[in-house]
Structure formats: structure tokens, C-alpha cells
Ligand binder design. Structure first.
Ligand code: NAP
Ligand code: ZN
Ligand code: ZN
Length: 348
């Protein structure tokens, strides 16, 4: 029997959230039922709930930064047990057969993975995410949250953490590597902490100096603004730029802050097309790249890394009634540094 669980849904693009219920499927042989304790609010939730990335499925229950405790497991489950502290990130299934899935890069599944929300299961039923009290997920797409990180500060690691950890590792952030993090919001503040823990020299490029003290506390070595004069002064400086900005950027000015062979990686996914001049790349054999969350194996590696280094998100915990207000504050860059919904406040 499927179960009916409380959730927060938005009925149409940009509409207010309201309490509702959704169905979770009957526990299959390899399924895990988890009690969700906290769900982070990612800017991607806002892009999708407001229809900024094209067609969205409504009603929508967003949430792909999920942390909770296992309530029940199917007969064939071996990876998780009742009582385990676990997390679920941006996808809940993939084909498991294509070269990318086999390589542990399920985020690039050739047949398209099944996103935690705003997507459909194979039978066409919509997926509903973490702004809810319980969820059923195949054990292979459930992560273990190590002891030493509490569930509230762990939740944002399931998207913001892995989305920054993966490119930092892929492009070799470490001792002697100069990394710039553009935008210090949910993703950006974790990028700073992780890059610092990896041993890189970290510079934040923010559109304001108002978060400078925080940035230095998170491990940044330098904190600058992205204004024209500063970017000109910083030309040729960085080996790697992680761009987490959700809005339009003067891409050329940032590309020119890269040193020879440097790479600028977009993880921020703004609504509009971005522009750059070929000469900004040609001038220093530079690369412009993108990165999408991370695979299951790397997500577990990231959680273990964060536990070892004492890294959690900086959070503001909110109730179910505060979500609309929180969305506006995220868009206004007025969040320190991730909103996390206490899902105990969702039931009517
Ligand atoms: P966020 O908390 O809103 O942070 C974005 C930051 O960008 C802000 O804190 C702000 O930093 C900067 N910013 C915002 N508006 C700006 C503007 N108009 N001009 C200049 N800077 C501005 O968002 P997030 O949750 O970290 O997500 C960031 C982006 O990454 C979103 O587009 C999201 O959809 C995307 N994302 C991508 C992936 C992926 O796999 N690639 C995964 C998750 C999220 P400062 O105040 O420091 O300037
Ligand atoms: Zn996200
Ligand atoms: Zn696949």
C-alpha cells in the first residue's frame, strides 16, 4: 500500500506554497522509507518553482537537499538499516546501464536520471521532493550521513556540497592552486570551505563586501568584489574559477582573471543565455566549462570528507510558513547561507 504524507506544494509558477499531501509508493524490495528531518532550499528549487528553466510540472513539491532517518527498508535492502542517518540529493534513479552510470557519474546518465522532483517516474507519475515528511527511494540513491555532522547542517551538502566538491576535485583544487569562488550564497560558502579544506588558496568574488568577515572565517584567503576595477587588477590570477552566481555575469571580465590554462566552471544556472568573446579564451589558452552536481559514489566521498574536516552548511532553520519569504530572501542574496526547512512544521 502506498502512503499519504504531508508536503508543501506550489500549484503554479511563482504561486505561494500551501500544505497538501502526496502519495509515496509502497516499499519495494530495494526501497528505503525515510523520515525527512530537514530539507534545504536550493536556488534551483526557486528557478523551477518559478518556471525559470522552462516547462515545470505542477503542483510541485521541491527539495533535493534531504536529510533524515531510515524508518523502514524493503526485504532486499543491504546498504541502509532502520535508524540510519541518511540523505537524498538531486536524483533518485538512473538507468544503471549506460557508460556514465557504470562509471558512477549517474548525474550524466545517457537516458536521463530521474530527478528528485519536477520529473517523472518510468510510469509517468510525477516525482515529489523533500519539502515533505517522508520519502521512498531506492537504496542505491540514498547516502549515509556520517556521525559528527548533524542532520540540519548536512542537508545542504546533498546538493550545494556535492555541486562544488565535484568540480573542485575534477579540476584539481589543492595546495598551490589558486581558486576563485564567484558568489557566496548556498553553493559559494560551501565551495569556500571545501576548497580551503583541500588546501587551495581561495579568493571570494562577491558583489558586495558585506559578507567579507564570514568568508574569511569560512577559510577564504582573500575577499574581493567583482567590480570592473577589481577584476582588471586581478587579471591572470586564478587557476580555477567556480562560478555559483544565479544571475547574469560579465563573463569576459571573469575569464580574463584566469591565468594561463585556467578554467572557469559554471555551476550557477541563470535563466538567460550568457555571452563571452572568443578572445577571452584564446588569450590564455583558457577553458570555459560546466559541472552538474555529482554521482552517488562521489557524493558519499564528499559527505565523508566534510565529516572529517568538520564542514557543514551555515544555516537558517525555518518553518513551513516561511518558505515564500525565504525564496524572496534567497533571490535578494539575503540568506546566511542556506535556508533549511524543519519538516516537523509541515503537517497541518
Ligand atoms: P544562492 O544561495 O542564491 O547564491 C547565489 C549567489 O550569487 C548569491 O549569494 C550572490 O552572491 C550571487 N548573486 C546573486 N544574484 C546576483 C546578481 N544579480 N549579481 C551578482 N551576483 C549575484 O544560490 P545557490 O543555491 O547557491 O545556487 C546558485 C546557482 O547554482 C543557481 O543558479 C542554482 O540553480 C545553481 N545550481 C546548479 C547546480 C549544478 O549542478 N550545476 C546545483 C545547484 C545549484 P554574492 O552576494 O556573494 O555576490
Ligand atoms: Zn540544488
Ligand atoms: Zn545511465
Amino acid at each position: 500500500m502506498s502512503i499519504t504524507v504531508p508536503a508543501l506544494a506550489t500549484p503554479s509558477a511563482g504561486a505561494a506554497f500551501a500544505r497538501t499531501t502526496v502519495e509515496r509508493r509502497e516499499l519495494g524490495e530495494h526501497d528505503v522509507l525515510l523520515d525527512i528531518a530537514y530539507a534545504g532550499i536550493c536556488h534551483s528549487d526557486i528557478h523551477q518553482a518559478r518556471g525559470e528553466w522552462g516547462a515545470s510540472i505542477f503542483p510541485m513539491v521541491p527539495g533535493h537537499e534531504i536529510a533524515g532517518v531510515v524508518r523502514a527498508v524493503g526485504d532486499g535492502v543491504t546498504k541502509h538499516a532502520v535508524g540510519d542517518r541518511v540523505g537524498v540529493g538531486c536524483f533518485i534513479d538512473s538507468c544503471r546501464e549506460c557508460p556514465n552510470c557504470l562509471a558512477g557519474e549517474e548525474q550524466f546518465c545517457e537516458r536521463g536520471n530521474v530527478a528528485t522532483y519536477n520529473d517523472r517516474y518510468a510510469d509517468g507519475a510525477p516525482t515529489y521532493g523533500g519539502y515533505s515528511t517522508q520519502i521512498v527511494v531506492d537504496e542505491n540513491y540514498v547516502l549515509g550521513i556520517p556521525e559528527g555532522i548533524s542532520l540540519d547542517v548536512a542537508a545542504p551538502l546533498l546538493c550545494a556540497g556535492i555541486t562544488t566538491y565535484s568540480p573542485l576535485k575534477h579540476w584539481g583544487a589543492g595546495p598551490g592552486v589558486k581558486v576563485a569562488v564567484v558568489g557566496m550564497g548556498g553553493l559559494g560558502h560551501l565551495a569556500v570551505k571545501i576548497a580551503h579544506a583541500l588546501g587551495a588558496e581561495v579568493t571570494v568574488l562577491s558583489h558586495t563586501l558585506s559578507k567579507k568577515e564570514d568568508g574569511l572565517r569560512f577559510g577564504a584567503d582573500h575577499y574581493e568584489t567583482g567590480d570592473r576595477d577589481t577584476l582588471r587588477r586581478l587579471r591572470g590570477s586564478f587557476d580555477l574559477i567556480i562560478n555559483t552566481v544565479s544571475a547574469d555575469l560579465p563573463v569576459d571580465a571573469y575569464l580574463r582573471t584566469l591565468a594561463l590554462d585556467g578554467t572557469m566552471v559554471f555551476v550557477g544556472a541563470p535563466e538567460n543565455k550568457q555571452q563571452f568573446a572568443a578572445f577571452s579564451l584564446i588569450g590564455g589558452r583558457r577553458s570555459l566549462a560546466g559541472s552538474n552536481i555529482g554521482g552517488i559514489r562521489e557524493t558519499q566521498e564528499m559527505l565523508d570528507f566534510c565529516a572529517k574536516h568538520g564542514i557543514g552548511a551555515e544555516i537558517e532553520t525555518i518553518t513551513a510558513d516561511d518558505v515564500d519569504k525565504a525564496y524572496d530572501r534567497v533571490v535578494a542574496s539575503d540568506v546566511r547561507y542556506r535556508f533549511v526547512i524543519d519538516t516537523a512544521t509541515i503537517p497541518a
